[in-house]
Design a protein around this ligand. Structure first.
Ligand code: KG4
Ligand code: ZN
Length: 390
């Protein structure tokens, strides 16, 4: 990744009717330029190889120049030339291979012959150019941290929870509602259903921002919760106060139902969950989700402004929340910067693939400290590492 040790590869593909040149660094795509001959061949109802060859010859210099220019990479920085050597149209492939040889000779670098289908196979791993500084929100059942990344090897924690992690707070709130573990997805589902009937508002009350959830048709009561630490001026959050406020709110809700305040006050989380009606769980879930996510996204927004970052990254189990993802995406859009969220659910909650990717990046960027290498014969020395914290 940037200014680091991943090899820079200039790749060429002329296997069919597209003249393409790219510059990549590790998984990062610095440029990916292409001239399509589609229109030329369309009138023949298919690709005409001889026309393709002539066009590749004609367009290659322009596409090459564009790819170099867009990547910001100097020719002399290129470590390898890669080229598709098959499968494809023979006389079209030959153009690319010839150009690749010329470039490799000119720059004095190795040439890599690549199978076109292998390219398709791994294309999903390609990343776009990464721009620092980046603000990353790592939000899971165990951690809630805001990390400012100056580069892959230079990063600092600029905000965090002072007590419970955000996912942990969801899990505890879910227990009070009588919902199964993990609580995040359960609350998330009810909150989404609640939005059909209930509306959410935010109101500033002195030094506290309040979430108010009430029925859209104003037919019943509304539920209020504080958004923690909104006005603290730093990038930290706290969830233990919200947890207590939520328990009090649920207790009041149950008490009203039972008309026996004294009894309800000493109810445990599990008992509270049993006493709530399914209907009451809807606005309560919506209120909790809004307060918990509003608290952290406001801090991310503050960080975006303070550090003038170019991208916002999101990772961790709570990123599975579609509400959180759209809040982050909306914020990035407003700031005119890029939001990167894991591509699918399996990459958000705990998984091994993210470890594999981190290992690759870490190996290429030893100074980043993501990976420790234990050579053959020293494997037994590897152990749990309590210092392994950001
Ligand atoms: O990263 P992860 O899989 O495990 C840890 O390393 O903690 O995160 C799991 C956490 C759980 O607390 C779970 O309730 C929360 O992520 N979570 C959610 C949602 N889906 C999972 N929290 C809020 N909304 C969700 N949709
Ligand atoms: Zn995790």
């Amino acid at each position: 990744m940037k200014n680091l040790t991943d090899p820079i590869i200039l790749a060429i593909d002329t296997s069919c009717d597209e003249t393409s040149v790219s510059i990549t660094r590790g998984f990062e795509v610095l440029s990916n330029c292409l001239y399509s001959q589609l229109d030329l061949h369309a009138k023949y109802g298919g690709v005409v190889p001889s026309i393709a060859r002539v066009e590749h010859e004609k367009k290659f210099p322009g596409v090459l120049e564009e790819a170099l220019e867009k990547s910001g990479v100097d020719k002399n920085e290129i470590d390898y030339i890669a080229v598709t050597t098959g499968p494809g149209l023979a006389i079209a492939l030959e153009v690319g291979v010839q150009k690749a040889k010329e470039l490799a000779n000119e720059l004095g670098v190795p040439l890599l012959a690549v199978n076109h289908m292998a390219g398709h196979l791994v294309s999903g791993l390609a990343e776009e150019n990464v721009e620092f500084p980046i603000l990353a929100l790592l939000i899971s059942g165990g951690h809630t941290e805001i990390i400012l990344m100056h580069s892959f090897s230079s990063y600092e924690k600029v905000g965090q929870t002072l007590d419970d992690a955000c996912g942990e707070a969801f899990d505890k709130a879910a227990r009070v509602l009588g919902l199964p573990y993990p609580g995040g997805p359960a609350i998330s589902k009810l909150a989404a259903v609640a939005k059909e009937k209930y509306e959410v508002g935010l109101k500033r009350d002195n030094q506290t921002l309040m979430v108010i959830v009430g029925p859209k048709d104003r037919s019943g009561e509304s539920y209020e919760l504080p958004v923690p630490m909104v006005y603290s001026g730093d990038l930290n959050v706290s969830y233990s106060g919200l947890k207590s406020a939520f328990k009090r709110l649920v207790t009041r809700t149950v008490t009203k139902k039972d008309q026996t305040e004294g009894r309800a006050r000493i109810l445990s989380s599990d008992e509270l969950g049993r006493l709530l009606t399914e209907e009451q769980k809807l606005p309560l879930s919506l209120a909790f989700e809004t307060a918990a996510l509003e608290a952290i996204t406001r801090k991310v927004a503050l960080g975006v402004e303070e550090y003038q970052v170019k991208e916002i990254w999101l990772g961790g189990g709570v990123a599975a929340s579609p509400v959180l993802r759209s809040m982050i995406e909306e914020m990035a859009e407003k700031a005119g910067i890029k939001a990167r969220v894991p591509k699918d659910k399996g990459l958000m909650t705990d998984n091994a693939a993210m470890i594999g990717i981190a290992a690759y990046i870490g190996l290429q960027n030893k100074e980043a400290g993501y990976v420790k290498v234990f050579e053959k014969g020293r494997v037994e020395k590897a152990d749990r590492d309590p210092s392994w914290e950001l």
